[in-house]
Ligand binder design. Structure first.
Ligand code: SF4
Length: 330
């Protein structure tokens, strides 16, 4: 049984004629100890999908209109408030972008981690456990650092503190929502390496949400690409990055800076992700797709299994692929 299984999830905002479906039939699964990266531009529905795992999208305004979210086989959408409180920050922990905003500026970081321990493991809500967690996330001299206020730490160190807080409950699933977005490039790589190392050490599953396909190769086992509320491609990370089948995935890869590629100009995807409630007819990507044909504006493609373990939502998925692929370190 997978640790997390999302089946045909549908989430809407608004009602009646103003109803806008932000997540439309998303199905995903994640095994214990594995990493899944959910990739797409802002507005594609990936963060709403990720937050819904612990039912953190408030309802209203959101309405969970269909589907299931099974955590260890139990449907989150049918849980009571008490059960939801137990899994939030317990079975599932979150790390968000911009740690400087998430941390409370008027409390020392040690006190903030201890608060998290008090909620989930009160028996060890003490300095030595805080120090152990700070060591685990690679913070030097943790004995003195626990007395720091957030503003006394760099952005990278603040994000390590956020990860330590998330680990305080010993979660089985860590959801990292754009954890590197507010950080500079070298620190981004350190945080991705840290998440990979923690996953190996602690055996937890990681769901990484990102708009940057360039960082997923170092961490993910599988990758799912989202566009306009739907999964458009899903499969093992090496295969998706080295042989992307969907034009949107191909365009995302082409838009990642690559120092080894001999290109004069970085590719940009024209236009923007359509807003929920105003998705175009047929394939939702067709107004921006370089391969679109007339049938694409009238015929909505299904998410189809095209090879073992790979799913693609495109009428013309087997047309030629671009030359640039993303390098994989491992
Ligand atoms: Fe592009 Fe058509 Fe495939 Fe949509 S169905 S991604 S428009 S080729």
């Amino acid at each position: 049984m997978p640790l997390l299984e999302i089946k045909n999830l549908q989430i809407e905002f608004g009602t009646g004629r103003n109803a806008a479906r932000a997540v439309d039939g998303v199905s995903l699964s994640l095994e214990a100890g594995k990493t899944l990266c959910l990739v797409g531009e802002s507005g594609s529905g990936k963060s709403v999908t990720a937050l819904s795992i612990a039912k953190l999208v408030p309802s209203p305004p959101a309405r969970y209109v269909g589907g299931e979210i099974l955590l260890e086989g139990r449907d989150v959408l049918k849980m009571s408030s008490r059960e939801l409180r137990a899994i939030r920050g317990g079975l599932v922990s979150y790390v968000f972008q911009e740690p400087g905003v998430s941390l409370n500026p008027v409390f020392r970081i040690g006190a903030q981690i201890k608060e998290s321990l008090k909620c989930h493991r009160p028996a060890v809500a003490n300095d030595s456990e805080v120090i152990r967690l700070l060591k685990l996330v690679g913070i030097p001299a943790p004995e003195s650092r626990l007395r720091n206020y957030p503003h006394e730490m760099s952005g990278g160190m603040q994000q390590r503190v956020m990860i330590a807080m998330a680990l305080a409950s010993q979660p089985k699933l860590l959801v990292a929502d754009e954890p590197t977005t507010a950080l500079d490039v070298t620190i981004q790589a350190q945080i991705i390496d840290l998440l990979g190392e923690l996953r190996r050490q602690l055996g937890m599953a990681v769901l990484l949400i990102t708009h940057n396909l360039g960082i997923v190769g170092d961490l993910a086992d599988d990758v799912a690409v989202m566009y306009a509320g739907q999964i458009v491609e899903h499969g093992p990370v090496r295969e998706v990055l080295q042989r992307p089948l969907h034009p949107y995935t191909q365009a995302l890869i082409q838009s990642v800076p690559n120092l080894r590629a001999d290109v004069e100009r970085l590719m940009a995807i024209p236009g923007a992700v359509p807003l929920p409630g105003s998705f175009p007819s047929g394939c939702r990507f067709h107004p921006r797709c370089p391969k679109a044909q007339s049938s694409c504006s009238t015929q909505a493609p299904e998410l189809a299994f095209v090879q073992s373990g790979r799913r693609v939502r495109c009428l013309l998925w087997d047309s030629p692929v671009p030359t640039q692929t993303i390098s994989l370190r491992a």
